[in-house]
Design a protein around this ligand. Structure first.
Ligand code: SF4
Length: 125
């Protein structure tokens, strides 16, 4: 199982490429505070709920609009200090996960939700 204390991100970018990132109004305001227009990075997703906002994806490839890739294939967050709360927590949401790959994470989340009957705000596209 992953341990939050020893976990080290490998900067593969997978979590920023293939998950839907739910954002709160507080997250949105924080990002607006560093100069981004809300329409440029956030959108409503009626499939997830009437008032749910998610980070926009790039036009090609499905990655978060804030994900950047260096020439040597290392991914990083271009708003790292101001990233949404859910990005800060990933993949540690109070249930055990074997690794941080989105497919593994979402499977662990689904098992946890079934056993606890709860709804954690994460999904995959
Ligand atoms: S805001 Fe940053 S950490 Fe969060 S999904 Fe986008 S690129 Fe990844």
């Amino acid at each position: 199982m992953l341990d939050p204390e020893s976990f080290r991100c490998t900067k593969c970018g997978e979590c920023c490429k293939s998950t839907i990132v739910w954002v709160t109004e507080k997250d949105i305001r924080k990002i607006e505070g560093i100069g981004f227009k809300r329409q440029a990075f956030a959108e409503r997703d009626p499939h997830l709920g009437p008032n749910v906002s998610v980070l926009r994806k790039k036009e090609f490839g499905g990655a978060c609009v804030f994900l950047k890739e260096s020439d040597d294939g290392i991914y990083s967050c271009s708003i790292y200090k101001h990233r949404p709360e859910v990005c800060r927590q990933y993949p540690f949401f109070g249930f055990p996960v074997e690794d941080c790959k989105p497919a593994t994470f979402l499977k662990a989340m689904a098992n946890h939700q079934i056993s606890k009957n709860i709804n954690v705000k994460f999904a995959q596209r």
